[in-house]
Write a protein that binds this ligand. Structure first.
Ligand code: MN
Ligand code: MN
Length: 324
């Protein structure tokens, strides 16, 4: 073998190795392998408009602009909300609920004014509801954030609080909260949005509006981690609308409504991140409403077939007896 041909072989091996390295690197980039490495180089600041708690959408298109004091977006680690400066409370609060948020921490009772509001805005203090006859009603309940004291403490910020009539807060409202956590214990992941609508008065020297009604929307996903892609036209959603009054029923099921009805009453668009054909399918339903010919309602179809058969037999016997 001559010197020349040996050099040619070494050269071709060199370029082959280089080519292979380049191919592996490109493959790595396109298959997302170095994603974690790239992520470190990206701006670590949180995107001010995105949050796991807004997976299903931002119902009022709230923004973090100071020019938007009646629909001001606040993103917290454990929930997101639209704050209304003129009402002294949230328009809505939105949060994810799955087993990862639940632990054994006791209520911290760590009531605090929300110091993260823009400077110059009135702060609603934890004592401002005193003597009003209304409860400091959590939108995201304390019991939905029990993994650690820091999480639980965040639910006691006054931007998560609306004045709720005691029989609402401690009755049907808390019963639905418990039911939601039952669903999580069964393995579901929930996306929940809650708020108040209307006005039945003011408290805290006129700084806080008392909503006429409190409402809630719960999206029940079969499996955690699927996000919007886990929503289909059969996805269970629970929507309720409760008078903010004493003396109402303790049974949350009495207050079921459709998301469409809530959208009309509040002006919000719930589930805006969900494809519109799926939205229209699930938003018109009321939870638990029996649609007779529904593929999920095998029981209903069975009973219908049975009753139809009995009626047919009865008519036949009747006809025979008449001797026709
Ligand atoms: Mn409560
Ligand atoms: Mn909608």
């Amino acid at each position: 073998m001559g010197n020349n041909s040996r050099r040619r072989i070494i050269k071709s091996i060199f370029w082959s190795v280089c080519g292979a390295c380049l191919a592996i690197a490109l493959l790595g980039i396109f298959s997302g392998f170095p994603e974690s490495a790239l992520a470190l180089k990206r701006n670590p600041a949180i995107d001010p408009t995105s949050s796991v708690h807004l997976t299903m959408g931002n119902p009022s298109q709230a923004t973090t602009s100071l020019q938007n004091p009646t629909n001001y977006l606040m993103l917290k680690r454990t929930y997101a909300l639209s704050y209304n400066r003129d009402r002294g409370g949230p328009n809505w609060v939105s949060w994810q609920l799955n087993s990862s948020w639940l632990g054994r921490v006791q209520r911290t009772e760590d009531w605090n004014a929300d110091l993260s509001l823009p400077s110059g805005w009135d702060l609603i203090s934890p004592s401002s509801y005193k003597g009003s006859g209304y409860d400091r009603g959590h939108m995201i309940p304390s019991d939905d954030r029990t993994k650690n004291t820091r999480d639980n403490s965040e639910t006691f910020q006054m931007t998560n609080i609306l004045p709720q009539a005691p029989d609402n807060n401690r009755g049907a409202w808390v019963e639905l909260e418990k039911y939601a956590r039952e669903l999580v214990r069964k393995g579901n992941e929930l996306y929940i949005i809650a708020g108040g609508v209307g006005q039945k008065g003011k408290i805290a020297r006129g700084k806080v509006v008392v909503p006429a009604r409190t409402w809630k929307v719960i999206i029940v996903l079969e499996r955690p981690g699927e996000g919007v892609s886990g929503v289909n036209s059969n996805t269970r959603t629970i929507a309720v609308d409760m008078p903010n009054e004493n003396g109402i029923s303790q049974d949350w099921q009495q207050f079921k409504t459709s998301i469409d009805k809530l959208e009309a009453d509040t002006g919000y668009d719930f589930l805006s991140a969900v494809p519109s054909d799926i939205q229209s399918a699930i938003e018109s339903r009321v939870d638990g409403e029996i649609t007779f010919f529904n593929s999920r309602n095998i029981f209903g179809i069975g009973i219908f077939v049975l009753v139809a058969a009995l009626v047919a037999i009865g008519l036949y016997k009747f006809k025979q007896r008449l001797g026709l």
